[in-house]
Design a protein around this ligand. Structure first.
Ligand code: IFM
Length: 457
């Protein structure tokens, strides 16, 4: 069942609003051992028995490393303004330190030039989770030295690509890295320690701030920012216990990141709750973290509901669910964006990821993913509503361009607007991709180069 609006639905968005699609290196590139690439913590994590639902890995993924030109043509056919991708740190600097890998750098250089040649803005993310294994052996994000290695990595990428990309994001979703990777251990590097997670989160934020300073000091002109995964956090009931727990969970998910980035302090209630697990800091760290950003990205998928009794069962919420079991709640995106705008002095905001996993059926070369189209359309409308309420929005990116390696879920969950047959690597545009392209092509001031002017795919 779809309520997807007609393509003209975005007529009210400003001409300069950036429409895009997003991916990340480990999830699509494959070529894990090719052309001098080093190992990442996700290469290692996939080898742990039981870590990945379908026991898969990123060795081949979507083989994007070899098919990038065709994939760029595909992006071009969609008529988007921007493509958000990440650089694999171990591909360009295999040990995280020491020698750079020219072949790896060349790959991203060719890709950036290929995007520019097609009139598509490259939105580059430095860290979408695939930390070089050698750095993990020294403690990974719990080791303060990793902060300085990251700053060097950022500087190296800027020297090579900074003048050609439309923006640079330092980290994608530091909460996921810290909490799922270091506290719950269900993502790489698979550590289970709250103290480690909080130290990792502090080092991620510190490295973000120091990288911004170092990039600007070397003359980087690209707009700089970070991407957080955020949700409105709602109480399951009106009980005092649930409301108190909700306040704390909001602190751990949202204020733990937004407060230091914009206010220069960690929330006192969360620090008190953490006790001895609170991160160790040095003088000047909080000032560095608050370094002003040019823009900020938000990845939004669902709300978070909190009960003091234990984990919330999403089937109890009365909302439709995606194939991840996540509640579909577009109004939460408006609520979140308005709250960020109201509570913090934020720069222009981008929705840097939004989309849904659904059980797709490929039949006769078609995928009728009306649920996904509906999901995307309703979230775009939610962005429009946030703008109407005064939030400065810069753009919206669909997650994801391609079906890909969905981390601990392996290849079982499909987020793409383009279907990937992993056996043949054939790409098929789903109905959602055609809807998105039709919407973009219906814009008055749409991207004025070759393929974007096509009215059919
Ligand atoms: O696939 C991920 C992505 O890598 C980060 N944000 C959430 C997506 C869906 O789980």
């Amino acid at each position: 069942m779809t309520h997807a609006p007609a393509p003209q639905a975005i007529a009210s968005f400003p001409d300069q609003f950036v429409w895009g699609v997003a991916t990340s290196a480990f999830q699509i590139e494959g070529a894990a051992d090719t052309d001098g690439k080093g190992r990442s913590i996700w290469d290692d994590f996939c080898k742990q028995p039981g870590a990945i639902a379908d026991a898969s890995d990123g060795l081949r993924a979507c083989d994007h490393y070899h098919r990038w030109q065709d994939d760029l043509d595909l992006i071009d056919r969609l008529g988007v303004d921007a493509y958000r991708f990440s650089v694999s740190w171990p591909r360009v600097r295999p040990g995280g330190d020491g020698a750079w890998n020219e072949k790896g750098l060349d790959f991203y250089e060719r890709m950036v030039d290929g995007l520019l040649a097609r009139g598509i803005k490259p939105y580059l993310t430095l860290n979408h989770w695939d930390l070089p294994s050698e750095l993990q052996a020294k403690g990974g994000w719990t080791d303060r030295d990793t902060v300085h290695r990251f700053v060097e990595y950022a500087q190296g990428i800027d020297r090579r690509l900074g003048s050609r990309v439309a923006s640079i994001v330092t980290h994608n979703e530091p909460w996921v890295i810290a909490v799922l990777g270091y506290e719950q251990g269900i993502f790489a590097p698979g550590i289970k320690s709250r103290a480690a997670a909080m130290q990792a989160s502090h080092h991620l934020l510190l490295s973000h701030g120091l990288a911004l300073q170092a990039l600007r000091a070397q003359g980087c002109k690209a707009p700089l920012g970070i991407v957080l995964n955020l949700s409105p956090v709602q109480s399951a009931t009106d009980s005092e216990e649930d409301k108190a727990q909700t306040r704390l969970e909001d602190g751990k998910l949202l204020r733990w990141y937004m407060d230091p980035l914009f206010k220069g302090s960690y929330p006192v209630d969360v620090i008190a709750y953490l006790g001895a697990d609170a991160p160790r800091m040095q003088a000047g760290d909080l000032d560095a973290i608050r370094t002003p950003m040019d823009f900020m990205g938000v990845n939004y998928y669902s709300r978070a509901v909190v009960s003091a009794k234990g984990p919330w069962d999403t089937t109890q919420g009365g909302l439709p669910l995606t194939d991840m079991g996540w509640e579909i709640y577009p109004e939460g995106l408006t609520e979140l964006l308005v709250r960020m705008h109201t509570d913090y002095p934020v720069p222009p905001l981008y929705v840097t990821e939004n989309g849904g996993a659904f059980k797709d059926v490929l039949q006769d070369g078609q995928v009728h993913d009306a649920d996904r189209t509906d999901y995307i359309a309703r979230h775009i409308a939610a962005v429009g509503e946030a703008m109407r309420q005064g939030v400065r929005m810069g753009g919206y990116m669909v997650w994801s361009l391609l079906d890909n390696f969905e981390w601990a879920s392996g290849y079982e969950k499909r987020f793409g607007i383009v279907h990937v047959d992993y056996a043949t690597q054939k790409r098929t545009l789903k109905d959602s991709a055609m809807w998105y392209a039709a919407m973009l092509n219906a814009r008055s001031g749409h991207r004025s180069h070759s393929a974007a002017t096509r009215t059919t795919l």
